[in-house]
Design a protein around this ligand. Structure first.
Ligand SMILES: Nc1nc2c(ncn2[C@@H]2O[C@H](COP(=O)(O)OP(=O)(O)OP(=O)(O)O)[C@@H](O)[C@H]2O)c(=O)[nH]1
Ligand SMILES: [Mg+2]
Length: 299
């Protein structure tokens, strides 16, 4: 008897910084979600489509689950809850390198996932950073105390355990036809990805509150016939003029560095020349204003 085709939505849920976006990129073999060493990088859901021989998995990379101090964080958590409610399966992810406090730190995530009431699989990520003897007690703790019956140790960086993870996820998907063409990787536009790439470079190059106080929007996006360069103008919104000075840097050096790094990535992605112009604008306390959040973050 031939196996039936399966297709469904899998939400990747976990604390900030556990490696959700890294996993999505690794599974798809393409960078569709930005990754940084800082928590709260992903602000909005990003759909990654993995089409296999008998299945199509629609992975939703969702913002890391955390306590919301500001309206921006509350918005991120509303996005996460909606994704959990819409998912067929929840892939919970935790960070093995934080083994000592893992379960305790995951409480918020586990409570939210339990409330969603979906079939779940647990991936213990970053096992490349863990000494082997610590793994078994960690798996036992999640099995006994958190009630997971399927726990897969993985490394999103080395690819360890990912085939098994995908197989376990597919088993739990509903039977149904593929919903997207097999060569489609994401539902996100190039415009969105361009703003995200600038935000990634900003986050990698700045410290303290700056990554959490910046948003990036597109002003113009022009794609003339090659060999002419694609021209993209974007604005980086900051909350205060002191932050504007930091993002611009001495003699414009920081903005230039961010722009160059982003342009190189965009040229790789689009496989053609890109001209990138970045502007910085103070948008007083945008991350605390619901109206500004809608204006800046809704596509
Ligand atoms: N060593 C190691 N590092 C990893 C692994 N997976 C992710 N990382 C690193 O962990 C950091 C966070 O990764 P992200 O993919 O941005 O994490 P995230 O869960 O999407 O974070 P948020 O978007 O903030 O919720 C980055 O520095 C990654 O390179 C892994 O398997 N091994
Ligand atoms: Mg992320």
């Amino acid at each position: 008897m031939s196996e039936e085709h399966r297709c469904g939505v899998v939400a990747i849920a976990g604390r900030p910084n556990v490696g959700k976006s890294t996993l999505l990129n690794r599974l798809l073999g393409a960078k569709i979600a930005i990754v940084t060493p800082k928590p709260q990088t992903t602000r909005d859901c990003i759909l990654g489509i993995l089409t296999g021989p008998g299945s199509q998995i629609l992975f939703q990379d969702i913002p890391g689950i955390h306590q919301p101090p500001k309206p921006l964080n509350r918005r991120m958590m509303a996005v996460a809850d909606a994704a959990l409610a819409d998912a067929d399966v929840v892939l919970v992810m935790t960070d093995a390198s934080k083994a000592a406090h893992c379960l305790q730190e995951d409480k918020l995530v586990l409570d939210r996932v339990r409330d969603a009431g979906k079939p779940t699989v647990l991936a213990i990520n970053k096992i490349d950073l863990l000494d082997k003897p610590s793994l078994l007690p960690l798996m036992e703790a999640y099995g006994i105390q958190a009630g997971f019956d399927t726990i897969i140790p993985i490394s999103a960086v080395t690819g360890d355990g990912l085939d098994e993870l995908v197989a376990e996820v597919v088993k739990r998907l509903p039977v149904g036809p593929a919903l997207y063409p097999e060569d489609e990787l994401s539902d996100r536009s190039l415009r969105f990805l361009a703003t995200e790439i600038v935000r990634e470079k900003l986050t990698l190059n700045t410290r303290k509150e700056i990554p959490y106080s910046t948003a990036v929007t597109i002003d113009t996006f022009t794609e003339p016939e090659p060999p002419l360069a694609v021209t993209i103008e974007m604005t980086i919104h900051v909350e205060r003029s002191s932050q504007k000075a930091i993002v611009i840097g001495r003699g414009g050096s920081m903005l230039k560095k961010i722009g160059t790094e982003a342009r190189i990535d965009l040229e790789g992605l689009m496989e053609r020349k890109v001209m990138l112009k970045l502007f910085v604008r103070v948008d007083e306390e945008w991350a605390s204003s619901d109206a500004a959040l809608r204006r800046l973050l809704d596509e």
